[in-house]
Design a protein around this ligand. Sequence first.
Ligand code: SF4
Length: 337
Amino acid sequence: MPEVLARTRLRRPHRQVPEVARLVLPELAADAEDVLEDTVMDKEQQAIERLRLAAEMSEAYYDGAPLIVTTSGGKDSDVCLRLAEAAGIRYEVQHNHTSADAPETVYHVRDTFRRLEEKGIKCTINWPTYKGQPVTMWNLIPQKLMPPTRIARYCCAILKEQSGKDRMITTGVRWAESTKRKNTRGIYETFHSDPTKQIILNNDNDDTRRLFEDCRMKAKRICNPIIDWEGRDVWDYIESEHIQTNPLYCEGFSRVGCIGCPLAGKRSREIEFSRWPAYRRAYIRAFEKMLEVRKERGKMNGTWRIVTTGEDVFNRWMEYDIVPGQITFEELEDGTE
Ligand code: SF4
């Protein structure tokens, strides 16, 4: 058994079998613990195998280029980085600078990169561009003429998903994070701007793997090695491997993505804006610039007439002053560019 797995078995906590079960039915409880340990170990070994296959494909299809392990600075990325190390593969690491990440996340990525670079691993920070120019969340909003919303997530495509073109990458995406991901993401994927041409594989069996390996498309391919991990698998692995995670988890944050992300719940966003008020001000300034551009282009018609200041837009974006039946930004997608 590889050393990493042996260590994991020893440290795995037995918290999932209730103490009372161990007292009443000690033998059955011991069996249950073994099953639980084996399940988590299977997932770990499976993830390592997925990474090894992805690394092989990367070198075979992309002229010897190593697999890119992407990191967002969150716990799932940290787990992927550790698994890549355990897999003993050739890889490099990339992070996309969104400009809306918390300072703690930026510092955590920097620390992680320093540690990896000391081990000789190439680490790169990607600075996004839009229409050939450097872009941030703050100058993208005025260009798009509306705030990002749950439906119009233009910021993700531009700030987070541009890198890794014509390469094989990994992400820390997990099905447990949302029903949508369960339906649209797979263990291995090809990336295509036309979703009907995308290949998404949801299991590791030989037939589906062959299908992916046989695909000659040179576009971006994605491997999601921990896609079937539950949140507790992630935390168990972090604990057993003593992985240093983003300090924001210790403050009680359950997600450490962009501040104010419209995909987060209203309460989470409120907590974020009270913790980092400078980001609230940055969004309001971006909304003010967006309104100026809309006015210049004569696009203050319809519901847009209701919002006259950046603060108004912010309040509607946070769904503070929307009465039932009123149009929300998500219904105003047509205005985007
Ligand atoms: S704000 Fe949310 S939707 Fe936009 S880039 Fe960040 S994570 Fe993606």
